[in-house]
Design a protein around this ligand. Structure first.
Ligand SMILES: *Cc1c(COP(=O)(O)O)cnc(C)c1O
Length: 357
């Protein structure tokens, strides 16, 4: 707290990201990073871009990256927006496409990405959290009525549950007057992308990131696909904020990542296979595991307190995420690691759940 802060700054409730520990000997399964490295071609492209041209500003429009994304998803380049991580893309979305100072709240699930209410606080957007069903599925019928916009991740975070495209289409057919955003940070691990629907619904915006399925969390690249009119709105915000959100290295690495489809599929498939193995092994240990279409599992043990399990894991240098939030305080969110990281997690969990309390 400082007397130099405006009252607005005093009242902000910032997002708290998962821990990025300084020590390196941890099994780090807490922030849904990819356990495999990025495409070697992306690393080469980044190295090649680290030359004398760094004295020049990057392309403010990120045209080369927009072109590869447009080609990859079979949309027009005017339907693509790029930004410094999808968090920045989402910030511009909240800033420019959702209703501010309105009577009509933005709608999102009660259990979801905890950055959404933070952006609402930053940009003065009223919101209403819509309860998920008992089984943590999104009930599309509850997202209706006059609203200031709708946003949800698909697969949802931190549940990992996936909503089929037919349900998203149903939601769009009853919400045509405000912007509907599908945050597809995890879609590559098992969902169907709603990008297939953007030409049909001009109010649909789909956001994605290179942080999870493309192993480039450290590079900070995210993007959105939607109608040209939504993208133009985002460009207006971006060009009023920072002309160069993506630097030369990020643009080079991101383009090369999209050009290495074989590596992308191979590592994505490895994460999915490990997810299924880990899920089965957790069930054997007595955990209830939600079905996941993401690169993490959301699970609980009926006899052991989740916070105590997280603390016990941490003592053994395994870190997972635990949220102190109503409805989910007995759950752990575990990022799928490599086979050996997952084995270490299972080994420690086995010792914790066999030790009688
Ligand atoms: C990780 C994540 C993001 C942010 O990704 P970045 O591109 O790294 O900023 C956005 N939404 C959800 C649901 C996420 O889990």
């Amino acid at each position: 707290m400082s007397r130099f802060w405006s009252p607005f700054v005093k009242d902000l409730v910032p997002y708290v990201p998962g821990e990025q520990p300084k020590v390196t000997d941890l099994v780090k399964l807490n922030t849904n990073e990819n356990p495999y490295g990025p495409s070697p071609r992306a690393i080469e492209a980044i190295s090649a871009a680290a030359d004398d041209t760094l004295r020049l500003y990057p392309d403010p429009d990120g045209a080369a990256l927009k072109a590869v994304i447009a080609e990859y998803y079979q949309v027009a380049a005017e339907q693509v927006f790029v930004g410094n991580g999808s968090d920045e893309v989402l910030a511009h979305v909240f800033h420019g496409l959702f209703a501010r100072d309105s009577q009509h709240p933005l709608l999102f699930p009660d259990i979801t990405y905890s950055f959404y209410p933070v952006y609402c606080g930053l940009y003065g957007i009223p919101y209403e959290a819509i309860p998920l069903a008992e089984d943590f599925q999104i009930r599309v019928a509850d997202f209706k009525g006059i609203n200031g916009g709708i946003i949800f991740p698909n697969p949802n975070a931190p549940t990992g549950r996936f909503l089929p495209l037919s349900e998203i289409e149903r939601l769009l057919s009853i919400n045509t007057e405000t912007v509907v955003v599908v945050d597809e940070a995890y879609v590559d691990f098992g969902g169907e992308s709603a990008i297939a629907l953007v030409d049909k619904f001009p109010n649909l915006l789909v956001t994605q990131t290179l942080s999870k399925s493309r192993s480039l969390a450290g590079l900070r690249v995210g993007f959105a696909v939607g109608s040209a009119e939504l993208i133009e709105g985002l460009e207006r915000i971006k060009n009023s904020f920072n002309s160069y959100p993506l630097d030369r290295l990020a643009l080079a690495g991101a383009v090369a990542s999209f050009e290495d489809e074989a590596y992308f599929q191979q590592t994505r498939d490895a994460v999915i296979a490990e997810r299924e193995r880990l899920s089965g092994a957790l069930v054997v240990l007595g955990f209830e595991v939600l079905p996941s279409a993401a690169n993490f599992l959301f699970c609980r043990h009926p006899e052991f307190d989740a916070a105590a399990l997280a603390a016990g894991l941490r003592e053994q240098k395994v870190i997972v995420r635990h949220f102190k939030q109503a409805r989910i305080e007995q759950f752990l969110r575990i990022t799928v690691g490599t086979a050996s990281q997952n084995n270490r997690l299972l080994e420690v969990l086995a010792s914790l759940v066999s030790a009688k309390t």
